[in-house]
Design a protein around this ligand. Structure first.
Ligand SMILES: NC(=O)c1ccc[n+]([C@@H]2O[C@H](COP(=O)([O-])OP(=O)(O)OC[C@H]3O[C@@H](n4cnc5c(N)ncnc54)[C@H](O)[C@@H]3O)[C@@H](O)[C@H]2O)c1
Length: 356
């Protein structure tokens, strides 16, 4: 059995994924990087690494002896760090979303292709067990043809946009709500095996944070048209007061519908299959896969991170493309970039480029 040497960048998300990799007998965490010295010291003590394996400079880190780089830094750094990693012969597992601009998304695709290394977007929501169950149900045709879907991600993280003590704007102050679309679109597109071809967005008010940057927009709504002819509606906000945070998913087919709870996931959803039942029945919407080992919850978000790492490593070991490879990553990232652009142009419908 080969051992994968793992390098982690960015404490926080790197800590969660670090614990999953460290638990896997096929992996050993051999290096870490964080630009902030205090954060790096925390990372180092979590991972028990020697001083020489811990770096504040990404350029020094990328010279370390690792096979896989996990990138858990703010989105504006993803493109540059991904490109440097694959050009140094490392496979990459990168946090969401892939990048902040379409140009950077295209640069990532080109660099991954040139390098022959593997890239996967760490879209953990695709690895909730209910997503797999719904995918099986939809792909078996129980709901007929999917013609409409809704998804919502409403998470009040105002302190992560503007520091409440100092008033300093953080990197999320420049991230439009719709830019962070993959937690919502990922599961929907995964279940339907579809991709988005056109987008339109609305939402420019900034009453809550009162800052002019895109990250201060209260909420945005996008409509998307897919290659298979379905319509998807997405609601995104990082500002509006709503607790607990909400992930919501709903699919309407020609033969029935399935949806999660408006209280979020996990929860009790609804399923209606026209040929099988008189009216909708309640349906558990689980984020913990009980068939996995007890420690599978340590990565966070139910058992999503554990299942995602397992899928990534399986792909590497079998020489297959990872499930959310560089092209699929852009299917989950670019529609939000385009929809925000549309919102800036009064909701004009725009084509979503395919980067494959
Ligand atoms: N999948 C999920 O559920 C989920 C949840 C939260 C955040 N995220 C994603 O994780 C990523 C990180 O988000 P966060 O909230 O942890 O960010 P953050 O602002 O807390 O930064 C994470 C760490 O990266 C370090 N860092 C910043 N720039 C760096 C650089 N150039 N090189 C090395 N280290 C650097 C910071 O010092 C910090 O310790 C983002 O892509 C975000 O979208 C995903």
């Amino acid at each position: 059995m080969r051992t994968w040497r793992i390098g982690l960048v960015g404490v926080g998300r790197g800590s969660g994924y670090g614990s999953v990799f460290a638990r896997d007998p096929r992996c050993t965490v051999t290096a870490c990087c964080d630009a902030d010295e205090q954060a790096l010291a925390r990372f180092q003590s979590e991972l028990g690494l020697a001083d020489g394996d811990c770096f504040t400079s990404y350029d020094d880190f990328i010279g370390a002896d690792v096979d896989i780089v996990f990138i858990g830094t703010p989105i504006p750094y993803h493109a540059e760090q991904t490109i440097k990693a694959v050009e140094s012969g490392k496979h990459v597992l990168c946090e969401v979303t892939a990048a902040s601009t379409i140009e950077d998304c295209a640069r990532i695709v080109a660099a991954v292709r040139r390098s022959g290394m593997a890239y996967m977007l760490a879209e953990n929501c695709c690895y909730w067990p209910f997503v797999r169950q719904w995918r099986e149900m939809v792909q078996a045709g129980r709901l007929g043809e999917i013609i409409y879907a809704e998804c919502e991600y409403v998470h009040d993280i105002r302190p992560l946009i503007v520091d409440p003590v100092t008033g300093t704007k953080r990197w999320r102050a420049h991230r439009a709500p719709l830019h962070y679309c993959s937690h919502s679109l990922g599961p929907i597109l995964d279940i339907t095996a579809d991709r988005i071809v056109r987008a339109c967005g609305v939402g420019t008010s900034s009453k809550l944070l009162g800052i002019p940057e895109a990250g201060g927009i209260d909420f945005q709504v996008a409509l998307f048209e897919t290659e298979k002819g379905a319509v998807i509606k997405l609601l995104r906000s990082s500002c509006v007061p709503r607790h607990p945070a909400l992930h919501f998913y709903s699919l309407q087919g020609t033969g029935g519908f399935v949806e999660s709870s408006k209280r979020g996931v996990p929860g009790e959803g609804l399923l209606y299959v026209e040929k099988e039942m008189e009216t909708a029945q309640s349906l558990p919407v689980d984020i913990v896969d009980q068939s996995l080992p007890a420690h599978a919850g340590e990565g966070g978000h139910g058992t999503a991170e554990y299942a995602l790492v397992r899928a990534f490593l399986s792909a590497l070991e079998s020489g297959q493309k990872p499930p959310l490879d560089e092209v699929r990553a852009m299917d989950l990232t670019v529609p939000g970039l385009v929809a925000h652009q549309s919102a800036m142009e009064h909701g004009r419908w725009l084509d979503v480029p395919y980067l494959g």
